[in-house]
Design a protein around this ligand. Structure first.
Ligand code: 2HA
Ligand code: ZN
Length: 272
């Protein structure tokens, strides 16, 4: 019998939660991840077939009914997922009526899915319409990116251009730029709806004074996207530490050349 604990999915979740913690982006219980899986992905695992507990979702998730999500637990620490995956992570199936999450594996000591489950599921629903290959949604608290939300105008064009111009990699990795929602209370359906709306256009959404939400095909790519955004924000912080005076910078013409060279389309709203 193939056990779900031995799957690549659990291994990938252990890996990115620990890496994100180790990068300093998940103090205490900060951060949450979800990986969308299908019945087909799970057909070989005998130990995910039975519902062990149910959770009310508090919103209608019919658009992902019958799909599975490997998620981190509410109040659980990213630091611990790698050593306690069966307690701090769980596999849920969205019920056929879209109202409940059925626990199929994990959360063995009574844990529940992350408090940000509404945002995760709403973001998956939004991304499925844009790019059905996007299976991973990740939230964490990258320090320099959060700092930008205090010192900069919360303007998508401004923040996107600032990060694009900090390194040549940025435009290639997030050519759509950065979506920004207003500051809102975490864990609510409202912040989920606002984030999901942005996710129909952006792979990265800033939660001002809180953190980042990012999506991607797989855990590696999603984590790499967050690393790239945070690296650009860190360069900006270091420029400040070096006195803040910019003597030369990447021009818009060079951004256009980059986009052409790497076959990406920079968001025309933000590129001059
Ligand atoms: O999971 O980061 O936004 C804890 C959080 C809430
Ligand atoms: Zn958070």
């Amino acid at each position: 019998m193939t056990k779900f604990i031995d799957s690549d999915y659990v291994q990938q979740l252990r890996d990115i939660t620990f890496r994100s913690y180790d990068a300093g982006w998940d103090e205490r219980n900060g951060g949450n991840v979800s990986i969308r899986l299908t019945e087909e992905d799970l057909k070989d695992f005998e130990d995910v077939k039975k519902t062990k507990r149910e959770f009310d979702l508090g919103f209608d998730a019919k658009e992902v009914a019958g799909q599975y999500f490997l998620v981190t637990g509410s109040g659980r620490y990213f630091r611990n997922v790698t050593s306690r995956p069966t307690k701090d992570a769980g596999l849920i199936r969205i019920s056929d009526d879209g109202q409940k999450a059925e626990l199929r594996w994990g959360f063995e000591d009574g844990a529940r899915p992350t408090s940000e489950l509404p945002t995760h599921l709403m973001a998956h629903i939004a991304r499925l319409k844009v790019n059905p290959n996007h299976r991973v949604v990740m939230h964490c608290h990258p320090t320099n990116f959060i700092a930008l939300s205090f010192t900069q105008d919360l303007d998508e064009r401004h923040i996107s251009r600032l990060l694009w111009k900090m390194q040549a990699e940025s435009l290639v990795v997030f050519p759509e730029g950065i979506g920004i929602i207003p500051y809102m209370t975490p864990g609510t359906n409202e912040i989920g709806e606002a984030t999901a709306k942005k996710m129909s256009e952006y792979k990265v959404v800033m939660w001002p004074h809180h953190g980042i939400f990012a999506v991607g095909d797989n855990p590696d790519e999603t984590f790499g996207l967050i690393e790239t955004v945070e690296k650009a924000a860190t360069i900006y912080s270091q420029i400040g530490a070096q006195g803040g005076q910019i003597k030369q910078a990447i021009t818009d013409e060079q951004l256009h050349e980059l986009a052409d060279a790497f076959g990406v389309v920079g968001n025309p709203k933000f590129l001059d």
